[in-house]
Design a binder for this molecule. Structure first.
Ligand SMILES: *Cc1c(COP(=O)(O)O)cnc(C)c1O
Length: 378
C-alpha cells in the first residue's frame, strides 16, 4: 500500500469541504442560486485580498490572470519595470515581450529579495515606466519580497504596482489596499486550497484608469467586460461553476480561521521547516528573505535533487518539488501553504531524512524532525 502526500507549492492538498463541494450536481450559472454563491465568493476574495476594490475571477490558471494584468494595463510600445529574481519574475518579462511591451529588467540575485530603493532609482531614471511588475512569493527560490516597502515607493510615482501573489495569497500577508498594491494577481491551487483552474485579479482605481486607456486588443481577458458582468453579479462567459462553489467553501474556512491566525500558522510551519533543515546541516537557499509559504533548500554536493525528489515520490509517496531552471537538481522546495499542517511537515521531513540517509549523506537521524517538533511545541 502506498499513501500519497502532497507538499508542493502548487497544487496543494484539498480539504474535504472543497472535495465535497466539487461532487455536487452542476447547477446553471445564470440563476439566483449561483449568483448568491458568486456574490459570497467575491466578498470572501476581497477579505483575503484585503481590498475594497473589485476582484475578478478568470477561468484559467494563475498565468492567465498575469496575462490579463499585462494586456489590460499596457499596450505595445509601453514600458514596464520587471523585478526578476526567479522563474516567475521572468514570466512577467516574457508576457510583456509577447505583447510588444518594453520590459526593463531589474535583475535580482536568485535567493535575495528586491531592494525597494533600486525600484525607486529605476522609476526616477525612466519616467516612461507605466507599471512595476513584481512577485510576492517567488516560488522558484523561496523568497518573499517586502511589498509594503515596495508599495510606498511606487505610490509616489504615476506607475502602478502589479504583484504576482499566485503563491502566497492566503498564506502570507499582503495588504492590497494598505500597501498600495494596485493590481494583485492570484490563482486557486496554492494558498486557497483549490484545484488549479481559477485566476483572480484585483484592480485599484489608479490601475483602472490604465485599463480604460490601454489600446491592447483583448477579448476573453477584457476586464472591462468582467467589470460590467461583476456589477450585475455575473461573469462575462460561462462561470467555472464547480470551482467557484468550491472556492466559496475554501473562503468560508479561511474566514472562520481568520487571516491573522492563518498567517501565524504558516509562519510556524515555515520556522519549523527552516529549523529542521538546519538540524540536518542543510542550508536555506534564501536565508535573508525566506518566504513563510515555501522553503527552498540547497543540497549538499553529491546529492542529486532530481533523484531525491523522485525517490521520495515514487518509493514513499511524498511529493515535494525540485528546483526549476538553473536550480534544477540543486535545490528542493517544501511547501507549507494552504491545507497543510504541522504533521504534514513532520512527515515530509521524516521522509526527507530517510532518503538522505539512504543516499549516504551524514547527519544525526531524527535531527530534522526533532528541530521541527521543538518549534511546534513552543
Ligand atoms: C505557481 C505560480 C505561478 C504559475 O501559475 P499557474 O497557475 O501555473 O499558471 C505564477 N507565479 C507564481 C509565483 C507561482 O507560484
Amino acid at each position: 500500500m502506498k499513501k500519497n502526500f502532497l507538499l508542493t507549492p502548487g497544487p496543494t492538498p484539498l480539504p474535504p469541504q472543497v472535495l465535497e463541494a466539487m461532487s455536487r450536481p452542476i447547477i446553471h450559472h445564470r440563476t439566483p442560486a449561483f449568483q448568491a454563491i458568486l456574490k459570497e465568493a467575491t466578498e470572501g476574495l476581497k477579505y483575503v485580498f484585503q481590498t475594497t476594490s473589485d476582484v475578478f475571477m478568470i477561468s484559467s490558471s494563475g498565468t492567465g490572470a498575469m496575462e490579463a494584468a499585462v494586456i489590460n494595463l499596457l499596450c505595445a510600445g509601453d514600458t514596464a519595470l520587471v523585478v526578476q529574481g526567479g522563474k516567475f519574475g521572468e514570466r512577467w518579462t516574457e508576457i510583456c515581450q509577447a505583447y510588444g511591451i518594453t520590459a526593463e529588467v531589474l535583475d535580482v540575485e536568485w535567493g535575495k529579495g528586491v531592494d525597494p530603493l533600486e525600484i525607486s532609482k529605476r522609476l526616477k531614471a525612466n519616467p516612461k515606466i507605466k507599471a512595476v511588475f513584481t512577485t510576492l512569493c517567488e516560488t522558484s527560490t523561496g523568497v518573499a519580497n517586502d511589498l509594503e516597502a515596495i508599495g510606498k515607493v511606487v505610490k509616489e510615482t504615476p506607475a502602478v504596482l502589479v504583484v504576482d501573489a499566485i503563491s502566497g495569497l492566503g498564506a502570507i500577508d499582503i495588504k492590497t489596499d494598505a500597501w498600495f498594491c494596485d493590481v494583485v494577481v492570484s490563482g486557486s491551487q496554492k494558498g486557497l486550497m483549490l484545484p488549479p483552474g481559477l485566476g483572480f485579479i484585483s484592480v485599484s482605481a489608479k490601475a483602472w484608469k490604465l485599463v480604460e486607456a490601454s489600446k491592447s486588443p483583448r477579448y476573453y481577458l477584457d476586464l472591462r467586460k468582467a467589470k460590467k458582468a461583476l456589477d450585475k453579479t455575473d461573469t462575462p462567459f460561462t462561470s467555472s461553476i464547480t470551482l467557484i462553489i468550491a472556492l466559496n467553501e475554501a473562503l468560508k474556512m479561511i474566514k472562520e480561521d481568520g487571516l491573522e491566525n492563518i498567517f501565524a500558522r504558516h509562519r510556524k510551519m515555515a520556522e519549523a521547516t527552516r529549523a529542521a533543515m538546519k538540524g540536518l546541516g542543510l542550508e536555506l537557499f534564501a536565508p535573508s528573505a525566506a518566504s513563510d509559504a515555501v522553503t527552498a533548500v540547497k543540497l549538499p554536493a553529491g546529492i542529486d535533487g532530481e533523484k531525491l525528489v523522485k525517490t521520495m515520490r515514487d518509493t514513499y509517496g511524498v511529493t515535494i518539488a525540485g528546483g526549476q531552471a538553473e536550480l534544477k537538481g540543486k535545490v528542493i522546495r517544501i511547501a507549507h501553504m494552504g491545507y497543510i499542517g504541522e504533521f504534514d511537515i513532520i512527515l515530509g521531513i521524516s521522509c526527507l531524512e530517510k532518503v538522505l540517509q539512504q543516499s549516504g549523506y551524514k547527519f544525526n537521524l531524527g535531527a530534522g524532525v526533532k528541530a521541527a517538533e521543538e518549534i511546534f511545541l513552543k
